[in-house]
Design a binder for this molecule. Structure first.
Ligand SMILES: *[C@@H]1O[C@H](CO)[C@@H](O)[C@H](O)[C@H]1NC(C)=O
Ligand SMILES: *[C@@H]1O[C@H](CO)[C@@H](O)[C@H](O)[C@H]1NC(C)=O
Ligand SMILES: *[C@@H]1O[C@H](CO)[C@@H](O)[C@H](O)[C@H]1NC(C)=O
Ligand SMILES: *[C@@H]1O[C@H](CO)[C@@H](O)[C@H](O)[C@H]1NC(C)=O
Ligand SMILES: *[C@@H]1O[C@H](CO)[C@@H](O)[C@H](O)[C@H]1NC(C)=O
Ligand SMILES: *[C@@H]1O[C@H](CO)[C@@H](O)[C@H](O)[C@H]1NC(C)=O
Length: 638
């Protein structure tokens, strides 16, 4: 006799009855050995898109603080009192931060005046000690007051006055802490004010304003704990960074430049990102690597390969024109991997990391096959990079930017991994379930971006949120990859994070908004978490009396604890009876995510679909339970 539990009700099912049900799938552990499973299979891809980093995972809370990018503006700032704000490029904060905020104080002005910054469309204020800092130039001796203030009610949640002496010869740095009480919503601003009588008829300059709440792992300039924690819960294995398209740059000069993302923040110029807004690069190369250390992720470092995103028909850099960029990558690798006696290793040590970082994976470029010139020249460019890097670092695993045989060297060196991205619609993704069953296994594959995407049919509908059918399709594809994870080494959903007040690309796994203190965990987020946090180290073969579809499955075993993980997806409108027979197991935990085909979690209804957990008991290793329509499930059996 078998038991299963649905919600809080326990059902008893006779094994003989299961066989008679119209839709019943029975899975039995095979006596044949399964394939090895990649210990790195599930991970993250991150790039700064839709304020996933600046204004997202990165912990600095004030926006437009360096007036970076191609269209500098006063966005996020407002005057406090009777003063005039302007952008000043005659008074740069530093060589890298080339603009500052100029405040003209009309003659005769009195009282407190200054400016505010609204952060990334709101600033959540909690009961924290905040760090805040600014640069200042101009003749002034007196008090400066920093506050966190509610916009609607004018309430002050924090206030700190410091006495400064500033001169008009050069910019000076000021830093202080700020104790705040919690605000009831995120519609708050940071303000800086000073005594107008002491500056009337003159101007003062301010730059690189910053506000930090306590960070994940208490890192200086680190990550936001409230977004880092749910990422950590996924128990991912790797992090691919810094792109994606955002690595490439609209032009060669706009590309992500590693050596402009390290060191003190006023030495980082930032750049015009590829997703419509400037990047501060405050989350730079070392911050990515610290993130990997703190979350135990294997870094996958993507490097610029001579191809810019909008190259305007110009030929990508090849041959001798490519050499300076290869040298630049070798410098970056020395910074990451070199002993501190090497020139770049010494810089890393000076910035606080004495030992080399642990990096074993480097990807050459991003999606070169998406462009005819990119494709045509990639074989030559990849080979140049491969030869140069492999010579110095023979143990590094190098990864291509695309899987297209026409855009790759004819003979790919052994040990090179091939990256295949997939953005499509649900039916097409499910069709690709067995794609990796049928590939040549000479070179391992990675899937460093995949998702049901916004451009997906039904016919161009703009999908704003991951939805149940799409997330089930992703689960089916993930099952296909896990079955083949002896040679599919890594897979990452993208994009991972997005700010709801700056959304150009949807859907995303996690989205957030500060004015309402909202974090939305999508159905896709839950699928990632369920699959990644339940992994064995070998794949176990399951025999079945039915073929794949609409139910898909994969099982794995954790060698030394005789724990089995069975992952299931029901890509269909009917519920399915499942029986799973794994001799020797006694009890299990069943986690199910299910919902209507088109249902989704959103800012208005963030908890529509959430996984439910229940205990299941087996008899003689036999378990039976019902898999709802449009569902993803994981059972852990011991
Ligand atoms: C293991 O890999 C082979 C291909 O090498 C594939 O045919 C087989 O189905 C895989 N085994 C499992 C358990 O997925
Ligand atoms: C400056 O601030 C300090 C500390 O809040 C205060 O004691 C002092 O009176 C202020 N000075 C002026 C001139 O406002
Ligand atoms: C604030 O700055 C101090 C001094 O730099 C540092 O020790 C502390 O960790 C910082 N706190 C936060 C929340 O960043
Ligand atoms: C970064 O590296 C490039 C290439 O080596 C060099 O030209 C440039 O000056 C460096 N920039 C900084 C800020 O060190
Ligand atoms: C999309 O449009 C095409 C052509 O108009 C049509 O054949 C197809 O059935 C549509 N697909 C969906 C999913 O609506
Ligand atoms: C399992 O245990 C054996 C013996 O203790 C050990 O040699 C092996 O490395 C372990 N395997 C894993 C995957 O931990």
């Amino acid at each position: 006799m078998l038991y299963f539990r649905r919600s809080s009700l326990v059902y008893l099912i006779l094994p003989s009855l299961i066989a008679q049900l119209a839709s019943a799938v029975s899975l039995t552990l095979s006596t044949n050995e399964g394939n090895a499973s990649s210990p790195l299979l599930y991970g993250f891809m991150i790039e700064d898109i839709d304020h996933s980093l600046d204004g997202g995972l990165h912990s600095q809370l004030l926006r437009n603080n360096g007036f970076q990018g191609k269209d500098p503006s006063l966005e996020a700032y407002a005057a406090v009192g009777n003063v005039v704000l302007g952008i000043d490029s005659i008074n740069p904060v530093s060589k890298a931060i080339t603009r500052s905020l100029k405040i003209d104080i009309p003659g005769g002005t009195t009282g407190q005046v200054g400016f505010s910054n609204e952060g990334y469309w709101g600033i959540e204020v909690r009961e924290h000690t905040y760090n805040t800092s600014f640069w200042m130039k101009g003749s002034y001796s007196g008090n400066v007051t920093i506050k966190l203030v509610g916009v609607i009610n004018g309430d002050e949640y924090a206030s700190k006055t410091i006495t400064v002496t500033s001169s008009d010869r050069s910019f000076q740095y000021f830093q202080t802490t700020l104790s705040a009480r919690a605000a009831s919503n995120g519609i708050n601003v940071w303000t800086l004010t000073f005594d107008a009588t002491k500056a009337a008829g003159k101007s003062l300059n301010f730059g690189l304003v910053q506000l930090y709440a306590p960070t994940y792992h208490s890192r200086w300039n680190g990550l936001k704990p409230e977004l880092a924690a749910p990422l950590e819960d996924i128990k991912a294995s790797f992090l691919r960074f810094p792109g994606g398209n955002n690595l490439e740059g609209a032009s060669e000069n706009d590309r992500w430049k590693w050596n402009e993302t390290i060191g003190p923040l006023h030495t980082r110029p930032g750049r015009q990102g590829d997703w419509g807004y400037p990047n501060t690069d405050a989350l730079g190369l070392m911050e990515y690597l610290y993130w990997c250390e703190d979350m135990k992720l294997v870094p996958v470092v993507s490097v610029w390969d001579g191809f810019a995103l909008y190259h305007g028909g110009a030929t990508p850099f090849t041959g001798t024109a490519l050499e300076p960029y290869i040298d630049d990558v070798l410098n970056e690798l020395e910074f990451i991997l070199g002993d501190k006696s090497t020139p770049y290793g010494a810089i890393r040590a000076r910035y606080g990391h004495h030992d080399p970082f642990r990096v074993k994976h480097v990807q050459i470029g991003n999606e070169d096959a998406h462009d005819s010139e990119g494709c045509r020249t990639y074989p030559e460019r990849f080979t140049q990079f491969y030869n140069a890097i492999h010579k110095v670092y023979p143990d590094l695993i190098l990864i291509t930017s695309n899987p297209n045989p026409g855009c790759l060297p004819e003979h790919l060196p052994k040990g090179v991994w091939i990256d295949n991205h997939l953005y499509t619609h649900p039916d097409a993704m499910v069709k690709d379930f067995n794609y990796y069953d049928n590939l040549d296994r000479a070179n391992p594959f990675v899937v460093l971006e995949y998702a049901i995407s916004q451009y997906a049919p039904p016919n161009g509908t703009n999908i704003k949120w991951p939805y149940m059918q799409g997330s089930v399709a992703e689960a089916v594809y993930m099952i296909g990859m896990e079955r083949n994870s002896d040679f599919v080494k890594m897979a990452a959903y993208a994009p991972l994070l997005a700010h709801l007040d700056y959304s150009t690309y949807t859907p995303n796994a996690i989205s957030y908004r500060y004015s309402k203190s909202t974090i939305v965990f999508s159905t896709t987020y839950y699928v990632q978490k369920m699959f990644s946090s339940n992994r064995g180290d070998t794949i176990s073969k399951l025999d079945s009396d039915t073929g794949f579809g609409p139910v898909y499955w994969v099982a794995s075993k954790l060698e030394n604890s005789s724990t089995y993980y069975v992952k299931l997806a029901n890509y269909g409108a009917d519920e399915q009876m499942l029986s799973v027979d794994i001799p020797g197991t006694l009890s299990g935990k069943l986690t199910v995510l299910s919902g209507g085909k088109d249902d989704y979690n959103s800012d208005l209804h963030p908890n529509t679909i959430e996984p439910t957990e229940s205990d299941i008991k087996g008899e003689g290793g036999k378990f039976a339970f019902m898999l709802p329509a449009w569902s993803v499930a994981v059972i852990v059996l011991k």
